[in-house]
Design a protein around this ligand. Structure first.
Ligand code: NAP
Length: 299
């Protein structure tokens, strides 16, 4: 019988969770249980074929969280604000998981978190998808769940979607709209996140009780554009959009994302050396673009 400790991975079919599952499988030190609302989906079925125990579970059902954590040594927990865009619901999902972990005696709870900007700025800026996660961080500490909070920076993968360079009609130019002025923005590939989680799980004495703000590169928007131009062979420029213009773009999260950029312009400290210690193979932006050129297609 295997004596390996079991890790329950919530959000296992998503960008973060998939990376965590694959890193746990490559490492081989732990057994893996993956949680999804739909175990029939292709990504879940692929995990089954890799020997992962895949279970059905919904964050909104406490019983599901309990069943998924039963017998586990540790867990990885991530919520998806974008799906519902309600801070109160994200906090409730996180606090429910924290309560279940406490009741079951989970030994190491890895929480994918973000800073409580509202508290850090004394109420000047609200970023609900950050603030709620920050509140869950505080709750985990308050009720005494042995936990490590990992705060990811902007994913490099956003350059394939949310930060994607846009073609300027009738010109051979593409622009990137990230309203950071000349202030550098931290980033990291979400595909490099899984090994970070595995390192943390393998060194509980070092990392339980810590909040770690991750990053593998810190670049201005001009620098991001220069690397994209060089690697993709296109003329990609900074749109030089102001945060005030960004806020008025009118899409559902425009205002809170503008506040997120305002917060990032305050240069919250991130730890590149520790991120690289936790995943020595994590890529900087240039390495990531070079390795993922095909995904940009013809832009
Ligand atoms: P994702 O790829 O969209 O995946 C979301 C995952 O959450 C899926 O596996 C989904 O599982 C699961 N999920 C959502 N609601 C659930 C529920 N009610 N019950 C059970 N599972 C549920 O998301 P991601 O990128 O991994 O993580 C999203 C989070 O990352 C967001 O909260 C965001 O704030 C944070 N974040 C993003 C960035 C960025 O640059 N984009 C940076 C830092 C942090 P099923 O659908 O299979 O059930």
């Amino acid at each position: 019988m295997s004596m390996k400790k079991l890790i329950t991975v919530f959000g296992a079919t998503g960008a973060q969770g998939k990376s965590v599952v694959q890193a746990l499988l490559s490492d081989g030190s732990f057994k893996v249980r993956a949680v999804t609302r739909d175990p029939t989906k292709a990504v879940a079925q692929k995990m089954v074929s890799q020997g992962v125990e895949v279970v059905k579970g919904d964050f909104d059902k406490e019983g599901d969280i309990k069943a998924a954590m039963q017998g586990a040594y540790g867990c990885f927990f991530v919520t998806n604000f974008i799906e519902h865009q309600q801070k109160a619901l994200e906090v409730k999902q996180g606090q429910t998981a924290a309560n279940v972990a406490k009741a079951l005696g989970i030994k190491h709870f890895i929480y994918s978190s973000l800073q409580n900007v509202n508290r850090e700025t004394g109420g000047k800026l609200q970023v609900p998808h950050f603030d709620g996660k920050g509140e869950v961080e505080e709750y985990l500490r308050d009720i005494g769940v042995p936990s490590t909070c990992l705060r990811l920076p902007a994913y490099f993968e956003n350059f394939l979607s949310f930060f994607k360079p846009h073609n300027v009609p009738n010109k051979n130019v593409y622009t990137v709209a990230i309203p950071m002025g000349d202030v550098p923005l931290d980033g990291m590939a979400v595909e490099d996140f899984g090994p970070v989680v595995v390192s943390v799980l393998k060194h509980p004495n070092e990392y339980i009780g810590k909040d770690i703000t991750l990053s593998t590169d810190l670049l201005t928007v001009d620098e991001y554009c220069a690397i994209l131009s060089e690697c993709l062979g296109k003329n990609i420029q900074n749109a030089k959009m102001s945060v005030e213009d960004y806020e008025k773009l009118g899409f559902p999260m425009a205002e809170e994302l503008a506040n997120m950029f305002r917060y990032y312009m305050m240069r919250p400290k991130r730890d590149i050396p520790l991120t690289m210690k936790l995943n020595p193979k994590a890529k900087n932006f240039k390495q990531w673009v070079t390795d993922n050129k095909d995904k940009f297609g013809d832009l």
